[in-house]
Design a protein around this ligand. Sequence first.
Ligand SMILES: [Fe+2]
Ligand SMILES: [Fe+2]
Length: 363
Amino acid sequence: MLTTYAIPTSAHKTLDALVDKVEANPGRMVDPAEIADLKGTMDVRATMDQLPEGLSEDDFTGILKLAMLTECATDSYATAIQERSDTYDTPWLGRFNQNVWVPDERCHADPYREMFLTLGYSEAELDAEILETQEREYIHRSGDTPVHITTFGMIQEYLTDNWHGLIADLLKSSSPAASHIANRIKQRETLHTIWYRDMTALQVEANPHLIQHVGEALVGFRMPGQELLPALQNRVPGWLPSMNANFDLMTKDLVRHIHGSLGDSLHNSGELLVSIAAERDMKLGPVHPSHLRKALNRLGGPGYGLIGEALLMKVGLDRLYQAPTESASGPTAAVHRRVEQIRSVFRGWIADRMNVEVGYEGY
Ligand SMILES: [Fe+2]
Ligand SMILES: [Fe+2]
């Protein structure tokens, strides 16, 4: 764990204040009482009897099992996060991890355990499987610095949010109580995504060099399930289409979160994309990304903003950048309009050549 990481003391204070706020107002966590209230109602047999085309009973139990078993290993992930918070001396991250995230995640596996009981599984076999997963060694491979962790956290929480949401949809008409609790868990994952996004944004704002780390965390991203439950996790790409996953929306959401984690800065998003492209040897156009990066750096970087705009345009998030208003008149307005026309031609040209790959293979 030796990658450089530094942010000014003032930024640590801002991050401490953010965690204070989250600790003071974490929202309504899923708690044992809420699950107890639903006990006996989370029957998923009806869903099992009328699965959508493409999903077998074995797929269905695999889907629920992945949710239960990845959720039950909270302590393993928490240890990995804590070690990194200690190494880089970022108490705000440790505090968020221990005081908010761990208690919040604590009950997420339990409703799925209840669902398996309705399918005839015994408590003993479920508990043995849970224990076995908890005892497996979790090796965190998506980067070590706090900004790597918060970037990883943001993506991981988003994909988990999406997973509980897809399950809730699957259960909706035939097992409404089970669907309700899956949605409740989803709501918590949404908050986790936002909190990690904000923590990333504050670090990047304090030290823009950390964009490189964000890029590294994205390129090296691995779902925890790939470490702990590879056989189940590898089946996810095959399940997603039958679960009605909306890949365009997922890509759009991910780009929106990443853009937000860079302070909604077009320049930063452009820089991130170029740095990822350079790292992956991926072409963004006719020029090799490492040459493109050199040229953009020499120009002082206004071109990065254009690449950022093109990225948002490519995934349908044009609304996140503002074109100059057309209402002004006079010669200056005419020049602005002309510049905007040229900008939009370039933006379109870059977007056409840009191949935004968001790999869901690992998800
Ligand atoms: Fe969770
Ligand atoms: Fe979470």
